[in-house]
Design a protein around this ligand. Sequence first.
Ligand code: AMP
Length: 271
Amino acid sequence: MKIILNNNSLFKSLRPFSDIGLVPTMGSIHRGHLSLINRSNRTCKKTIVSIFINPKQFNNRKDFKNYPKNINNDIKILKKTKKVDFLYIPKFKDVYNNNKKSNIKIIKKDKVLCAKYRGGHFEGVLDVMERLTNLVNPKKIFMGKKDYQQYFLIKNYLKNKYKTSIIPCKTIRDKSKIAFSSRNNHLDLNGIKKASFLSKSLIKLKRNLVNSKKIKQNLKIQIKYFEKLLKIKIEYLELRSIKNLKISNNVKGSRLFVAYYIDNVRLIDNF
Ligand code: AMP
């Protein structure tokens, strides 16, 4: 695994290759990331993982400052997989050096779920993904369905502009049904228990929604129930179509999207 710390080295290292799979991450590598790496390794000749905590996608400075960082451990884990050919750890100036200001705007119909609650977040995500795509020129980019809206917006944004395909990969969960996430590092044992209870409950709830006639009202009641029981804040709990992310009244072809806070840690998932 070659560690690449600047763009000169990036261009030199990638020049001989065309079948490149990119796994973009913000580090604190966990089993979710590793599953994307496995998929890339199986599909592409070369796999490059990027670790870059993109300041422009944080709508809250404190959240950016507190985002878990574990670079030495990440390097160890990634090396051990023997499935990563290149690890790209750019500096801010490597990603944003051309200084071209981005004019990306999320259109009104897409301002739902996290786009509604985290102003500027996806503008920052699309900007950095376009920059990484230009820098790496990957054949495929592997993204987790855990961040389904992110996958959805990136796919739609890049698909007409680049030849790169965006490959959605399934959400990896631990035994207690919590989706692996770097932000789980901020939870204490009690927080983990709450996240596990909520994940298991939402898996069941989705099954029960098949027979529900008033899904929207039902979900409103569920929000209150979980908030009271677990002493957590639920930002949204909505059933939406995976095709266009519009509110759905039919479980088929839809996912149950949730964002919630446990002890000020914001987590998202979908079922
Ligand atoms: P992050 O480092 O949180 O920005 O995530 C980097 C990539 O890993 C994104 O495409 C995420 O959707 C994906 N990812 C994060 N957690 C999981 C998980 N539990 N299962 C599958 N993919 C994940």
